[in-house]
Design a protein around this ligand. Structure first.
Ligand code: GLU
Length: 423
């Protein structure tokens, strides 16, 4: 089968990582393997130019993307990321992981992702709004409540979703709350959505620990990335008796053998913008983060963090993937050899898109649930999905990642086969 012309992945790049995960699952797909090539190609990829007038009067251009990896099981679904390193290849991989994640949890969605190649810290609020609105208009030809539903991801939030919802609504001439999720509550957002990804990381971590006989009380936990996902997961682990012994973010790395006082740390980060300078811990060199002894290590930042070299050094029992694609194929192989359990991103961080699904359903029915209802349903859905993945892993003696891919790809390819090829 010819390779795609528009991407040249290397083994440990995001798309290369995804392709090697598909290679690993292929033997477990039975007769559905006939359709597996479908998963190695995004259905549709859009590259857009985003010109805006900056506050100083000059014209700046940004590159934006929206990739719909699969629409087989339902509309596209997945976040939008603003980051200076965003590329088409990365967005392709992130959209493919959304296909797998949505199918692993059995949400009625395909997989999609978007991104803009920019550093939001260099833009004013007004400029950020212009970029967001122009990007939304440009991808407006392929998104919609029934087509593809964006949401927050790295460096995007409820405010950006509000601008996206407004721009799309203005263009279609009607308020379309269901076009994005992760919106502010007054605009049709859902209670519990902001915390949902971090909460899901905690819930799945708790389930994995229970099965591996790792006690929550006193468990040593380290977190890389202290944004929406890492900070909320850390807070929930600490509230349930674990000790957060190290945190790394863009500003630096801090350590405390006794476990941080989480409220003080969160207050410090709210003021200082990062963990660096926190008085309740010691600063250490960034690279030493990977040597800290833990029970649970949570990479909750970007892709490609756990390389083969770092995987050799880790002293942990569980890697709980809060980020998408944090472990490279070479890193994964080392962790497997060393008997370290990897709880893969496609289930560990699926709490966000699960509550996005609740938000979308609530928007359609214009009937909103309580936060307790949301949290109970979230727990039930992802715990059930994790149980199925765990049993699949035991049955075939495969990693949790290959098991999650087995469950998910079987669902996607079954739907593919039943729909048949058009024309
Ligand atoms: N960006 C989140 C993720 O990677 C959530 C996507 C969504 O809610 O659609 O899963």
């Amino acid at each position: 089968m010819p390779n795609l012309s528009f991407v040249t992945p290397s083994r440990n790049s995001p798309w290369g990582t995804y392709l090697s995960q598909i290679d690993a699952v292929e033997p477990y797909l039975g007769s559905l393997a006939r359709w597996v090539e479908t998963l190695r190609r995004p259905k549709r990829a859009l590259i857009v130019d985003i010109p805006i007038e900056l506050d100083n009067g000059t014209i700046a251009h940004y590159e934006g993307y929206r990739v719909q990896h699969s629409l087989t099981r339902g509309p596209g679904k997945g976040g939008v990321r603003y980051h200076p390193d965003v590329t088409l290849e990365e967005v392709m991989a992130l959209s493919a992981w959304m296909t797998i994640k949505n199918a692993a949890v059995n949400l009625p969605y395909g997989g999609a992702k978007g991104g803009i190649r920019l550093d939001p810290k260099t833009l004013s609020m007004k400029e950020l709004e212009k970029v967001t609105r122009r990007y939304t208009s440009e991808i407006g030809i392929i998104i919609g409540p029934q087509q593809d539903i964006p949401a927050p991801d790295v460096n995007t939030n409820g405010q950006i979703m509000a601008w996206m919802m407004d721009t799309y609504s203005m263009n279609v001439g009607a308020t379309a709350t269901g076009v994005v999720t992760g919106k502010p509550i007054p605009l049709g957002g859902s209670l519990g959505r902001v915390a949902a990804t971090g909460r899901g990381v905690f819930v799945i971590g708790r389930e994995a620990m229970r099965r591996l006989n790792v006690a929550m009380e006193g468990a040593r936990v380290a977190v890389q990335g202290f944004g929406n996902v890492g900070s909320i997961a850390a807070k929930l682990f600490a509230a349930n008796g674990a000790k957060i012994v190290a945190v790394q973010d863009h500003s630096g790395t801090i350590q405390n053998e006794q476990g941080f006082d989480m409220q003080n740390l969160l207050d410090h980060v709210a003021l200082a913008g990062g963990v660096a300078g926190f008085k309740g811990g010691d600063a250490i060199a960034n690279e030493n983060f990977w040597d800290i002894k833990t029970d649970v290590l949570i990479p909750a930042a970007l892709e490609g963090q756990i390389t083969a070299e770092r995987a050799q050094r880790l002293h942990t029992r569980i890697v709980l993937e809060g980020a998408n694609g944090p472990t490279t194929p070479d890193g994964d192989a080392v962790l497997a050899d060393r008997g370290i359990t990897v709880v893969p991103d496609v289930i560990a961080n699926a709490g966000g898109v699960t509550v996005s699904y609740f938000e979308w359903v609530q928007d359609f029915s214009s009937f909103f649930w309580t936060e307790d209802e949301i949290n109970v349903r979230l727990d039930k859905i992802i715990t059930g999905a994790f149980k199925g993945i765990w049993e699949t892993a035991e049955q075939h003696r495969i990693s949790l990642r290959t098991a999650a891919f087995t469950v998910a790809c079987t669902r996607v390819l079954q739907a593919r086969e039943e729909r048949g090829l058009y024309p």
